[in-house]
Design a protein around this ligand. Structure first.
Ligand code: PGA
Length: 256
């Protein structure tokens, strides 16, 4: 973290978990636990159908609600899809774009990620853009090449002004849901490289103000050390965001 230049953001990614009623319960449990948090922004990215209940439950608290996906068109014949405008209309503030599970199971590409980023920004949503390498890519020593490619394509056509709204999440695919976390050095190296890539495109000032999260088996135990790294400005948390206690402990670590 380096709060001089950028915000710390802890975001939960519930994935396909929790009904609307369960969402309400978790947020009611979480609210008193985070009442005194000052130094970190808190986001919960919930399933689409939970959004209205989550927004209602989070009202008056520090918790902002995000979505986990968005379609890139404004409207039209795209059965089953949701537009950025629809999300913004409900009061959604953030949206995860290009999560590795979307890339893997729903065939999202760097190009569709870019289109989604453009449409999210147009609607006033803050995109959390996920990038990350597979184990094979890490073993072949092409991690940084892969990340640079993902970052550059995701930002095609995005201005320096718009970049201020963008958050990156570095999520090594081999660390997601596996209990295997990247070491602090590995995670910081990639986050530092994401920033270097932003510096090349947008200059030093713009690059240093972008929040870059780490995601992949982050939990109450390892959060403090990961967040102590200069270029890790928060976390995108799956499993450990499903319990109020676990999630609030990570938020506490980020609030130091
Ligand atoms: P995990 O998931 O914390 O359960 O590893 C992170 C993510 O997929 O965003």
């Amino acid at each position: 973290m380096n709060r001089r230049y950028r915000k710390t953001v802890i975001a939960g990614n519930w994935k396909m978990n929790k009904t609307a009623a369960e969402a309400r319960t978790l947020i009611d449990e979480l609210k008193p636990l985070i009442a005194k948090v000052k130094w970190c922004d808190i986001v919960l990215c919930v399933p689409f159908v939970d959004i209205p209940a989550a927004i209602k439950a989070a009202k008056g608290s520090k918790i902002a609600i995000g979505a986990q996906n968005v379609h890139f068109e404004k409207s039209g014949a795209y059965t089953g899809e949701i537009s950025a405008e629809m999300l913004a209309g409900l009061g959604v503030k953030y949206v995860i774009i290009g999560h590795s599970e979307r890339r893997q199971f729903f065939l999202e590409t760097d190009d569709t990620v870019n289109k989604k980023v453009v449409s999210a920004l147009e609607a006033g949503l803050r995109p959390i853009i996920c990038v990350g390498e597979s184990l094979e890519q890490r073993d072949q020593n092409v991690t940084l090449d892969q990340i640079r490619l993902q970052v550059k394509i995701a930002l095609k056509g995005i201005s320096a002004k718009e970049l201020k709204k963008v958050i990156f999440a570095y999520e090594p695919i081999w660390a997601i849901g596996t209990g295997r976390t990247a070491t602090c050095e590995q995670a910081n190296e990639v986050c530092d490289n994401i920033r270097a890539c932003l510096r090349e495109i947008y200059g030093a000032r713009a690059a240093r103000s972008v929040t870059i999260q780490y995601g992949g088996s982050m939990n109450a135990k390892n959060a403090k050390d990961l967040l102590a790294q200069e270029d890790i400005d928060g976390g995108l948390i799956g499993g450990a965001s499903l319990k109020a206690n676990d999630f609030s402990q990570i938020i506490d670590a980020a609030n130091q």
